[in-house]
Structure formats: structure tokens, C-alpha cells
Design a binder for this molecule. Sequence first.
Ligand code: MN
Length: 191
Amino acid sequence: MKHLMPELPYAMDALAPVMSEETLAFHHGKHLRTYIDNLNKLIAGTLYEDMELEEIVCKATGSVYNNAAQAWNHEFFFDSFTSTPQPVSARLAALLGKSFGAFADFQRQLTEAAVGHFGSGWAWLVEDGAGGLTVCTTQNADCPLTTGLRPILTFDVWEHAYYIDYRNRRADYVNGLWNIIDWAKVEQRIG
Ligand code: MN
């Protein structure tokens, strides 16, 4: 199965100034494309050739895993934003409040995890097997699916995600992301 580039659910200039058209042109158009192109080349003629992306992420190692996980992580990341953000619903606020105490505590924890993560990687809101919501980070390409956690929201903190718009100011990038989250989509992901 050939893995295809996902369409963005918004126009390339719709998330500016939080995420500029130039950033999306590089981040989606070049970085993600490279991961998908590499994955397609690496799996040709292997046992991974006919697997769904999620299955490859959970079963592969090495370069196949790195490219598959980066493809999955980026598709999930880009599918988390909107040009017309709406407030968090009462149901989602209650779910987050149950695990974190208050929405503000969840927001602080994910922000601190994203800003404080050393090097390249991802900060996540995940759901564990018991329905609890927690914040964690992963290094490089690593994806929580491999440890049985269900991803609910992620912030990409690789430098390529923010260097065009923010240079080294990762905290400004992370704070900006809060303004473009598609909360309805986030809520749908909770089991
Ligand atoms: Mn990225």
C-alpha cells in the first residue's frame, strides 16, 4: 500500500500568524512529504508493504519505524488545528478537569512539557487504558501508540516546526498553538 500525503483541513495561509504559509509549505509540504516518500521506498517488497500506517508504527523498528512514526505523528498534528477555533466544550472541560484538576492545569502541564522537552520530539495529551488523561513527551520520532496509549493532542517541538516563524523562541510557538486548536476534533479522539 502506497502511503499518500494527507490533505490539510485548512488553507495554507489560514493559520497565520501562529503558523505561517511558509512554515506549512516546508513542514507539511517538505518534511512530511520526505517521511512519507522514505517510508514508501523502505517498505516496498517487505512485510510492511500492505500494512496500515498505525500497524507499521507498532511493529517496525529502525528506519521504517522512524519514518512511519513521523508520518503518523505529523498527520495527527496537522489534523488538530483550525482557522475557526471554538471554545472547549463543557464535556471536554469536565473530562480534562477530572484528570488534571482544572483546564488551566492541563494547559500548564502540556505547555511546560513542550517548552521544556530537551531536543527534538513531541509533547502529548494521551489517554491510558483506564480512561485517564495525562501529559507526556516523546523523543525524536517516538509515538505513544507503541506503549498502548491513545494520542489525543500533540505539539511538535522539532525546531523545523517553529524556526521559520519564531527562530529559537519555542515558548512563543507553543503559546501560539493554543489559539488554533480544533477542540471538537480533540474531543472526538477521547474514547
Ligand atoms: Mn515536524
